[in-house]
Design a protein around this ligand. Structure first.
Ligand code: IDP
Ligand code: MG
Length: 137
């Protein structure tokens, strides 16, 4: 069974959308294998999104991801990485398909309510970044 890493981002937590997003997650066949709330420091957000450090939106992204608490998740199902990207929808909610999490809850390209790993390799790296030593993995 495959695992992926997901975040319910600070915009969705602030807007009381944790339950709605988790309901859609479970309805899509994911098992929640690990979950905790965290208020990321700027350093943690910078480290997590280091791949984007040269992009023009990096400062805004780090600011957003550390503005309030988020929910960190280890999700499991068959084909979890690709399936979570599908259930989450496109980065820009304006382009996300009907019924996806981002279409349902996200407000903008930047404040887009959820994160999902983009490959199995990155899922392993991201899970280790936030759930190192967790026995549920
Ligand atoms: P993804 O989250 O769908 O994988 P990425 O391209 O990896 O999208 O971008 C990471 C995050 O950076 C996005 O989820 C979004 O929060 C933010 N982001 C991406 N592009 C922009 C942009 O053009 N303006 C502002 N924020 C952006
Ligand atoms: Mg990405």
């Amino acid at each position: 069974m495959e695992q992926t890493f997901a975040i319910i981002k600070p915009d969705a937590v602030a807007d009381n959308q944790i339950g709605g997003i988790l309901a859609m997650t479970e309805a899509a066949g994911f098992k929640i294998r690990a979950m905790r709330m965290a208020h990321l420091t700027r350093k943690q957000a910078e480290g997590f999104y280091a791949v984007h450090k040269d992009r023009p939106f990096f400062g805004e992204l780090v600011e957003f991801m550390s503005e309030g608490p988020c929910v960190l998740l280890c999700l499991e199902r068959e084909d979890a990485v690709a399936k979570w990207r599908e259930v989450m929808g496109a980065t820009n909610p304006a382009n996300a398909a009907e019924g996806t999490i981002r279409k349902t809850f996200a407000k903008s390209m930047g404040r887009n309510c959820a994160h999902g790993s983009d490959s199995k390799e990155n899922a392993a790296i991201e899970l280790a970044y936030f759930f190192a030593g967790n026995s549920l993995q």
